[in-house]
Design a protein around this ligand. Structure first.
Ligand code: AMP
Length: 420
C-alpha cells in the first residue's frame, strides 16, 4: 500500500463540507470589504522567500521544501502566501492608481515542520492582503474583516491578541538593547534561543521553554520603545477596535515568525486546540514591497489556518452531510431505470435525491433511507410504473400519499415544495 507523505493528510467527506462552508463564508465577507481573489503558483524561486521571510527565521532555516528543478534552478513550494502576492503585485504592475489594492487567496502551503495535531507539512490558508495604505483604519478594517469571517461561522472560543512591532525608526534601538540584555544572560536560555539571541532576538519571545519565558518576563518590551508615529498608529488601531466593540488583549511580547512585519501584529488564538493555538495571524509589512523590488508602499495582511479553523468548528458542532429529502426505493430493473431518471430530474431541480442501484429488498432499501436520514421515500415497482403513480412515504410520521410519476411539480409539492 502506498501511503500519503508524512505530515500531509487527505481531507475527506463529511469534513469537506465544512471546508466549503468556511471558504464560502470567507468569499462573501471578502466581497463586502472589496477584496478580490488572486490565484498564484505553488512553486516560486527560493530567493523570493529567503529575501522576504528572513534568512534567520525557522521557516527559511529549516522548514522549506526546496529543490533544484531540471535546469538546476532552486525552487521552493510556498511556505506562506504574502511573499507570492507581493511578487505577483510587482510583476503584474498591479500598483497602478492611488487606491488601496485588496486581494485574497485560498490554498495550500508547505512547511517541513515536525507533524503533530494541528501542525502539518501541507496545510491550507485563507490569506488577505491590502497593499498601498498606511492608515491605521486599514489595519482595523482587516482585523474587523477577519473577525467577521469568524463571527459568521459562529465561532466564539477565540481571542484576538495584538501588538505593535515598531518600524525601522524605533525598532533597531530596541533590538540593540534586547541583544545586549540577552547576551548577558545567554547561558540561562535554551539552545534555540542562544542562537536566536544574536541572529534574530525578537524571536526569543516565541519560545515555549519555561526557563526562557521566565527570563523574558523581566525584559523590557518593544511597547516602551515605539516612536511617536508608531505609538499613534498603534493607539488609533486599538481605539477603532474598541469603537466596534472588539475585545482584544494587548500582548507586548507578541512577535511573528516572519521578519517582514512592522507596526501592527496580531493573532487569533484559542484555548481549545492544545499546543497549536493560533488560528490566524497577520500584521503590517511596510517594507516588503520595496524589499522585493517594487515601489515603496505599505501593506497589511493576515492568514487563517484552515485545518485549525475546521477543527475548532467541528468541536463546536457535529457536522453531518445534509440528508436527502427523498430516497427513491426501486424494485426490479425497469423501476431502477425509471427511478434513475426521476432522481436525476429531481436533482436538477435542486432537490437532494438518492437511490440505491444494488437491487436490494424493499426492507433493505428502507433501512438505508432511514440511516441516511431521508425525509421521504418514494416506492417504485412494476405495478407503480404501470399505474403511473407511486406511494410517497413520510418517514417521520409514517403517512403515505400517492403521487403521479409524470407530474414533477406535484411530486415537489408533496415533498413540501422544497427544492433542496
Ligand atoms: P503564519 O503564516 O505562520 O503566520 O501562520 C498563519 C496561520 O497558519 C497560523 O495561525 C495557523 O493557523 C496556520 N498554520 C501555520 N503553520 C501551520 C502548519 N504547519 N499546520 C497547520 N496550520 C498552520
Amino acid at each position: 500500500m502506498i501511503k500519503a507523505v508524512r505530515g500531509m493528510k487527505d481531507i475527506l467527506p463529511p469534513e469537506t463540507a465544512r471546508w466549503q462552508q468556511l471558504e464560502t463564508v470567507a468569499r462573501t465577507v471578502f466581497a463586502c470589504y472589496g477584496y478580490q481573489e488572486i490565484r498564484l503558483p505553488l512553486l516560486e524561486r527560493t530567493e523570493l522567500f529567503s529575501r522576504s521571510i528572513g534568512a534567520s527565521t525557522d521557516i527559511v532555516e529549516k522548514e522549506m521544501y526546496t529543490f533544484l528543478d531540471r535546469h538546476g534552478e532552486s525552487v521552493t513550494l510556498r511556505p506562506e502566501a504574502t511573499a507570492s502576492v507581493v511578487r505577483a503585485f510587482i510583476e503584474n504592475r498591479l500598483d497602478q492608481g492611488a487606491e488601496v489594492k485588496k486581494f485574497f487567496t485560498i490554498g495550500p502551503m508547505f512547511r517541513y515542520e515536525r507533524p503533530q495535531k494541528g501542525r502539518y507539512r501541507q496545510f491550507h490558508q485563507i490569506n488577505a492582503e491590502a497593499l498601498g495604505g498606511e492608515a491605521p483604519e486599514l489595519d482595523a478594517e482587516i482585523i474587523l474583516l477577519l473577525l467577521d469571517i469568524f463571527a459568521r461561522l459562529g465561532l466564539t472560543a477565540i481571542e484576538l491578541v495584538i501588538n505593535s512591532l515598531g518600524c525601522p525608526r524605533c525598532r533597531p534601538a530596541y533590538l540593540l538593547e534586547l541583544t545586549a540584555l540577552l547576551a548577558r544572560q545567554v547561558r540561562d536560555l535554551c539552545e534555540d534561543c542562544q542562537r536566536r539571541s544574536a541572529s534574530n532576538p525578537l524571536r526569543v519571545f516565541d519560545c515555549k521553554s519555561k526557563v526562557c519565558q521566565e527570563m523574558l518576563a523581566q525584559v523590557p518590551t518593544i511597547a516602551d520603545h515605539l516612536c511617536d508615529q508608531c505609538s499613534w498608529h498603534d493607539q488609533r488601531v486599538r481605539e477603532l477596535l474598541n469603537r466596534y466593540g472588539v475585545p482584544f488583549r494587548h500582548n507586548p511580547r507578541l512577535v511573528r515568525g516572519l521578519d517582514y512585519y512592522t507596526r501592527t501584529a496580531f493573532e487569533v488564538v484559542t484555548t481549545h486546540l492544545g499546543a497549536q493555538d493560533a488560528v490566524a495571524g497577520g500584521g503590517r509589512y511596510n517594507g516588503l514591497v520595496k524589499e522585493l523590488g517594487g515601489p515603496d508602499i505599505p501593506a497589511v495582511g493576515f492568514a487563517i489556518g484552515e485545518e485549525r479553523l475546521v477543527a475548532l468548528l467541528s468541536q463546536q458542532e457535529v457536522t453531518t452531510p445534509a440528508p436527502p429529502l427523498v430516497f427513491v426505493a426501486v424494485l426490479g430493473t425497469a423501476a431502477l431505470d425509471r427511478g434513475f431518471d426521476l432522481v436525476q430530474t429531481l436533482r436538477r431541480q435542486g432537490c437532494r435525491a438518492e437511490m440505491d442501484f444494488g437491487q436490494r429488498s424493499l426492507k433493505a432499501q428502507l433501512t438505508m433511507a432511514n440511516r441516511r436520514g431521508a425525509a421521504y421515500v418514494l416506492i417504485l415497482g412494476d405495478q407503480e410504473l404501470a399505474a403511473g403513480e407511486a406511494p410517497l412515504k413520510n418517514m417521520a410520521s409514517g403517512a403515505q400519499q400517492v403521487v403521479s410519476l409524470t407530474d414533477l411539480t406535484a411530486i415537489q409539492a408533496a415533498l413540501g415544495g422544497k427544492g433542496a
